[in-house]
Design a protein around this ligand. Structure first.
Ligand SMILES: *Cc1c(COP(=O)(O)O)cnc(C)c1O
Length: 399
């Protein structure tokens, strides 16, 4: 019998066993190596470690056994050659961009980006001599027109937050590559289970593991996944020298989170499907946006590049802010929070929270109305979620 490696196993099995390194004690659960550094048996061993002849651990800003187990498990899940964990999703995005770019380069990005990602491309990179062109991500002609000879990096997120627009990842990857640029995809909304950007042609994938991968609202984290060459050329040294390292404690929480990720995402997605259908059946709701529903404007593209609709729904309450607030304020099970991917269902009003800063014009242009709510479906019994929303809908009328 040939010995099985994690690569021979199916995804759910990889997420339980992949990357595990057992200590001399043979523990069942992965150990948490809460240590800054490592000791060497003698000076020759330290010399070999530093010269790279011995690949052992040196210092936890560079790497750590618990963090390495998490990285290995993420790489197996994504089908990536290499992974590097970071202290937050934003640390992953920052390193993925700054690690590649230098003054004189140019970036093309979709307008519909997570707020802090947009800050990086729109405000921070230009300060260092890297201008950015923002495009409507759903319009391929705009991507083509924005490319310049010096375009080095192309950046997008799909489905987008909060409108759940779908960007054609394979088509944008082709445009990027024809222009000699690399494509970075922020894959938080789809999760690694529902969409594989590397298989669609992306060069680098980033996650805020704060979301579904922790999945229970505890720790912040991020991860960058790409080919070994991409990581070595752009990411490895940048992270080592600038230090946005993931804490071994947080890595351990995420590592355990990965074991249950498929069960959680599947159930949260089933809840989201039913809640989306419920909302669409109600006269108080003007529009429901959920990628696997047939009435999603890009349903076909969504189903071509994703294996499900995901765990997040956006919907427009008829009226506007007052009606949306009345609904959300009446909820008892669903909590008001700007986070997502959690076991607890969370609702947010993008216009007054996550997308307040971009201003009314940019919101109108992106289709983020005052009546829009974003709902991240959790692991509660779906009937309790639906009954909670029924109470919320009643509160609009009695307002
Ligand atoms: C949350 C989020 C981030 C940032 O992640 P943090 O872990 O909060 O730093 C980046 N991109 C998307 C799409 C997100 O949802």
């Amino acid at each position: 019998m040939t010995k099985k490696t994690a690569k021979d196993l199916r995804p759910a099995t990889r997420l339980v066993h992949g990357g595990t390194m057992r200590s001399q004690f043979g523990e069942t659960s992965e150990a948490m190596f809460l240590t800054q550094g490592f000791v060497y048996p003698d000076m020759e061993a330290a010399e070999a470690r530093f010269s790279g002849k011995d690949s052992g651990f040196i210092y936890s800003r560079f790497s750590n056994p618990t963090v390495a187990m998490f990285e290995q498990r993420m790489a197996l899940l994504e089908g990536a050659e290499a992974a590097r964990a970071t202290a937050s999703g934003m640390a992953a995005v920052t390193a993925a961009m700054f690690g590649q770019l230098k003054a004189g380069d140019h970036v093309v990005a979709a307008k519909a980006l997570f707020g802090s990602c947009r800050f990086i491309v729109e405000e921070l990179l230009p300060r260092y001599g890297v201008p950015c062109t923002l495009v409507d991500g759903t319009d391929l002609d705009q991507w083509r027109a924005a490319m310049r000879p010096e375009t080095k990096t192309v950046f997008l997120e799909s489905p987008t937050n909060p409108q759940l627009e779908i960007i054609d990842i394979a088509a944008v990857a082709k445009i990027a590559h024809e222009g000699g640029a690399a494509l970075v995809v922020d894959n938080v909304f789809a999760t690694p289970l529902l969409q594989s950007p590397l298989k669609l042609g992306a060069d680098c994938v980033v996650y805020s593991t704060t979301k579904h991968i922790d999945g229970q609202g505890r720790t912040l984290g991020g991860v960058i996944l790409a080919s070994e060459e991409f990581i070595q050329t752009h990411i490895h040294n940048f992270l080592r020298q600038t230090g946005p390292a993931l804490s071994p404690f947080n890595a351990w929480v995420m590592l355990k989170g990965l074991e249950t990720l498929p069960v959680r995402v599947a159930q949260q997605q089933r809840n989201a499907e039913q809640v989306a259908d419920f909302l669409a059946s109600r006269s108080e709701i003007a529009r429901v946006l959920y990628p696997s529903r047939k009435d999603h404007p890009q349903h076909e593209l969504a189903m071509r590049q994703m294996t499900g609709g995901g765990t997040v729904i956006a919907f427009d309450v008829k009226g506007g802010k007052d009606e949306a607030f009345a609904l959300a304020n009446a909820l008892q099970v669903i909590k008001i929070s700007n986070n997502l991917g959690d076991a607890k269902s969370l609702i947010t009003h993008p216009a007054t929270t996550t997308h307040q800063r971009i201003g009314p014009e940019a919101r109108a242009e992106s289709g983020i109305g005052d009546g829009m709510l974003r709902l991240s479906c959790g692991l509660e019994d779906v009937q309790d979620l639906i009954e909670d929303l029924e109470e919320g809908l009643k509160a609009i009328k009695t307002r």
